[in-house]
Design a protein around this ligand. Structure first.
Ligand code: 3H9
Length: 653
C-alpha cells in the first residue's frame, strides 16, 4: 500500500504532502509517513521543508477512530518533537481547517503560513480531551496565556487572520498555497531567518490570577466536565515549568481525559451524529430535489424560528398567516430576534439585515405556488393540519416537498389528506427552532426516498443535526419523555420534592431538571392533550394527578407565574408550599406513604424510564439505531453530552 505522505524536492525546498481523505486525520500511516519524510529531509539537498495537505483541508486532527485502542508508534508528540528538532527550517502551509493534532503539527513547524480562508483551533475539549501533542505547551509560547486559554477551553476555531493577530500564524498568503508556501520558505532561507522552535520561546508575561479566574468561570460554564479544568492546569504548566516538564504534565492530563467515561461519551456522540445522517436502505447517490425557496405556515414562535433557520442559510422564505395582523406579529418577532442577535454580538448588522430581508409574508396560500418546500408549523390540531395539507396539495407545484412540524401527530394521516403522500415528510424542529440543533425527520409510510434524502441534506445546510424517526405518537424524543414524565410524578407522590428531583438531575448533568422543563413548556399542554383522549386512554391517574391539580388551580407554569414553582418577574423559580400540599393530598388519595428518596434513586429511575422506552422504539424500528436516540437526547433534550446519551450510558452501566 502506498503511503498517504509523499516527499519531493522543489528546488531548495522539500515538500511533504499529506493525502489522507476525507480530512487528512493523523492515522498511524500518516504519522509514519511524516516521520519518514522529515527524516529524509535531514540528509538531502533541501534547505527548508514545507508541510502541506491535499484535498479539502490541512490535517483536521488525530484519527479519532484510533482512540481507546492500543497506542501505535510513532506517537504523535514524539513525531512532533522530531519535526521541531529538524535541522532544516520547517514551514506549515495551512488551508481548510487545521484542528487539534493538525494544528499541533503546524505549531511544531518553525513558521506557519495560511490561506485567509483557513481556520485553526483545538476542538479536543468537545471530545472531553485536551490537546495532547504539545498544543497546551506551544500555543502559550506564541499567543500568551490569555489567548491560549480562550482558544483551547472554548474549542471554537478562529480564522487565519485572527490567528495571525495573536502570533499563531506568521503569514497570510493567497493564490496557489503550495507555490506561496515554497516561496515563503525560500524567502526565509534567503533572509537568513533562524529556525524558531517553540520550546525555546518563553511565555509572554501574564497575571497569575488568570488561572484562578478561568477555573472559577469554567466550573460554571462547563459544569461537571473534567477536560476544561485540565486544560487550565496544562497551560499553567506551560507558563510555569520548563518545556519538557510541561509536556509531561500535558501527557498525564491528556491520558486521564482519554481514559475517562466523559471522553468516551463525547467521542461516541461525534460519530453518532455523523452516523445519524445515513439512512438504511438509501444509497448515498439517491437523487435530491432542489430547495431554493421555502414556505412556512404559521408565524408563531415555532414558525418564526423555522423561517429564521432557512433565512440564516440564505434560503428565501414566504411566511403564511391567517390575517395581516398575525403576519405582522410573526414578522416582528423575527425582526426582534435578529435585533437581539446583533445586540449580543452574535450577528453583524449587515448579515442580520440580509437574513431578515429573505423572509416575506402573505395571507394567501397561492404565494406558495412556486416554492420548493413548505413547512407547516401551526398548533397541534390534527384536523387543521389535514385541512392545510389538502390546501397545499391544491396550490403547490408538482414535486414540492410538503413537511409538517408536528411534534406528535400521525404523519401518514396528514399525508393521506393530499393526493401526493410521497411528497410528505415530518420535520420536527425544537424550540427555539433557530437555535436548537436537533431536527427529527419523520419518514412516513409513503415518503419518497428522494424527499428523505433531500431533507437530510437540507438539514445539514441549515446547520441542524438530523435524525430519522418512523411514525409513532411523539416520534423518538417526545415519546420517551412520556414515561420519564410519568416517573417524575410517581417520585413526587412517593416523597421527592420538585426541587430535589430537579437538583438531582441537574447535578447529574441534565441542562434543566424535569419540573422546570414542564413549567417552561406549560402544564396545560399535556393537560389538554389528555383531556382530548377517551377515559380509558388517560393512563394511570398517579402519573398526572399532581399536574392536573396544579393546572386546575390556574398554575400553568412559567407563563402564568406559577406551576411546580412560583416565578418572580425575572422568571426565577422558588419552592412553593402550595405545591407540597397538592402533592401530599394526591399521595394521600392514592394511599401512598411518602418516604425519603435518595438522589441516586431519582436519577436511576428517570434514566431507566428513558432507556426502557428507547429500547421499545428500537425494537419497533422507529429509530434506525441506538446511537440515533442518543443524538436526539443530546441535541434536543439537554442530556449531558459527556454521558454519551441515554442508550450509551445504559450500555456503559
Ligand atoms: C486530537 O487531535 C488529539 C490530539 O490533540 C492529541 C493526540 C495525541 N478522525 O465532519 P465531517 C471523519 S483530537 C477520524 O462530516 P465536514 C468523519 O467521521 C481530534 N475521522 O466533515 C466523517 O466520516 P464519515 C481533534 C474523522 O466537512 C468524515 O471524516 N480534531 C476525523 O462537515 C467527514 O467529516 C477534531 O475534533 C478525525 N479527526 O467537517 C476535528 N474528523 O464520512 C473533528 C472527521 O465516514 N472533525 N472525520 O462519516 C471535524 O470537526 C470535522 O470533520 C471537519 C470537517 C471540520 C474537519
Amino acid at each position: 500500500m502506498s503511503s498517504p505522505v509523499s516527499y519531493e524536492l522543489q528546488g531548495k525546498v522539500g515538500v511533504i504532502s499529506v493525502d489522507n481523505p476525507p480530512v487528512n486525520a493523523l492515522s498511524q500511516v500518516v504519522r509514519q509517513g511524516l516521520l519518514d519524510a522529515i527524516t529524509a529531509a535531514q540528509s538531502d539537498a533541501s534547505e527548508a521543508v514545507v508541510i502541506i495537505c491535499e484535498g479539502r483541508t490541512f490535517i483536521a486532527g488525530a484519527d479519532i477512530t484510533e482512540f481507546g485502542k492500543p497506542l501505535q508508534s510513532p506517537w504523535l508528540p514524539e513525531l512532533l518533537d522530531e519535526i521541531e528538532a529538524s535541522s532544516k527550517l520547517v514551514v506549515a502551509a495551512i488551508h481548510g481547517t487545521a484542528l487539534g493534532g493538525g494544528f499541533e503539527t503546524a505549531l511544531a513547524a518553525h513558521y506557519r503560513c495560511a490561506l485567509a480562508s483557513a481556520k485553526v483551533g483545538f476542538p479536543e475539549v468537545k471530545l472531553g480531551l485536551l490537546p495532547g501533542a504539545g498544543g497546551t505547551q506551544r500555543t502559550p509560547r506564541f499567543a500568551g496565556v490569555g489567548a491560549s486559554l480562550e482558544l483551547i477551553t472554548s474549542g471554537a476555531p478562529i480564522t487565519a487572520g485572527q490567528a495571525k493577530q495573536i502570533g499563531l500564524i506568521d503569514k497570510i498568503v493567497d493564490g496557489n498555497l503550495r507555490t506561496a508556501a515554497v516561496a515563503f520558505a525560500a524567502e526565509l532561507i534567503a533572509d537568513g531567518t533562524p529556525i524558531r522552535r517553540s520550546r525555546d520561546q518563553s511565555v509572554p508575561e501574564f497575571d497569575h490570577s488568570i488561572f484562578t479566574d478561568y477555573r472559577a468561570s469554567l466550573a460554571k460554564r462547563a459544569r461537571g466536565q473534567v477536560a476544561p479544568g485540565h486544560i487550565v492546569s496544562a497551560v499553567e504548566a506551560a507558563a510555569t515549568l520548563p518545556f519538557e516538564e510541561g509536556m509531561a504534565v500535558e501527557r498525564d492530563l491528556f491520558m486521564e481525559c482519554m481514559n475517562s467515561p466523559q471522553s468516551a461519551g463525547m467521542r461516541h456522540i461525534f460519530f453518532a451524529e455523523r452516523q445519524a445522517s445515513r439512512i438504511e436502505g438509501l444509497s448515498k447517490d439517491t437523487p435530491r430535489r432542489p430547495v431554493e425557496s421555502v414556505g412556512v405556515i404559521g408565524g408563531g414562535t415555532m414558525g418564526g424560528g423555522i423561517a429564521m433557520s432557512f433565512a440564516n442559510a440564505g434560503i428565501p422564505v414566504t411566511m403564511i398567516e391567517i390575517s395581516d395582523e398575525a403576519l405582522q406579529r410573526g414578522l416582528s418577532i423575527i425582526e426582534r430576534n435578529y435585533a437581539g442577535s446583533v445586540k449580543r454580538g452574535k450577528l453583524s448588522e449587515e448579515k442580520a439585515a440580509a437574513c431578515r430581508a429573505l423572509v416575506t409574508g402573505s395571507t394567501d396560500y397561492s404565494a406558495l405556488a412556486d416554492v420548493d418546500m413548505v413547512v407547516e408549523a401551526v398548533f397541534e390540531d390534527p384536523d387543521l393540519k389535514k385541512k392545510i395539507f389538502a390546501q397545499l396539495d391544491a396550490v403547490c407545484k408538482p414535486g414540492a416537498i410538503l413537511a409538517t412540524n408536528t411534534s406528535y401527530q400521525d404523519v401518514d394521516a396528514i399525508a393521506a389528506a393530499t393526493g401526493r403522500p410521497e411528497d410528505v415528510v415530518g420535520t420536527h424542529f425544537f424550540s427555539p427552532a433557530h437555535i436548537m440543533k436537533l431536527l427529527e425527520v419523520v419518514r412516513g409510510e409513503k415518503t419518497a426516498d428522494d424527499v428523505l434524502s433531500t431533507v437530510m441534506a437540507l438539514a445539514k445546510k441549515i446547520r441542524k443535526v438530523a435524525v430519522v424517526s418512523g411514525v409513532c405518537y411523539g416520534f423518538i424524543g417526545n415519546r420517551m419523555l412520556r414515561p420519564y414524565g410519568n416517573t417524575v410524578q410517581l417520585l413526587l407522590l412517593e416523597g421527592a420534592s420538585p426541587q430535589q428531583i430537579d437538583a438531582a438531575m441537574e447535578t447529574w448533568g441534565m441542562a434543566m431538571g424535569p419540573l422546570r422543563v414542564f413549567d417552561l413548556a406549560g402544564l396545560d399542554i399535556g393537560y389538554s392533550a389528555r383531556k382530548a383522549l377517551a377515559d380509558d386512554e388517560e393512563g394511570d391517574p398517579r402519573t398526572y394527578r399532581v399536574s392536573d391539580s396544579l393546572v386546575e388551580a390556574g398554575r400553568l407554569g412559567q407563563k402564568s407565574g406559577s406551576g411546580f414553582y412560583s416565578y418572580d418577574e425575572k422568571r426565577q423559580p422558588a419552592a412553593d408550599p402550595v405545591v407540597d400540599e397538592v402533592i401530599e393530598a394526591a399521595a394521600a388519595e392514592f394511599g401512598i406513604e411518602r418516604r425519603e428518596i435518595s438522589d441516586d434513586e431519582i436519577v436511576d429511575r428517570l434514566i431507566a424510564a428513558l432507556v426502557d422506552e428507547g429500547r421499545k422504539i428500537l425494537d419497533e424500528g422507529i429509530a434506525q439505531r441506538s446511537s440515533d436516540i442518543d443524538v436526539v437526547y443530546i441535541y434536543g433534550y439537554g442530556f449531558p453530552v459527556s454521558r454519551g446519551g441515554p442508550m450509551f450510558y445504559a450500555d456503559q452501566q
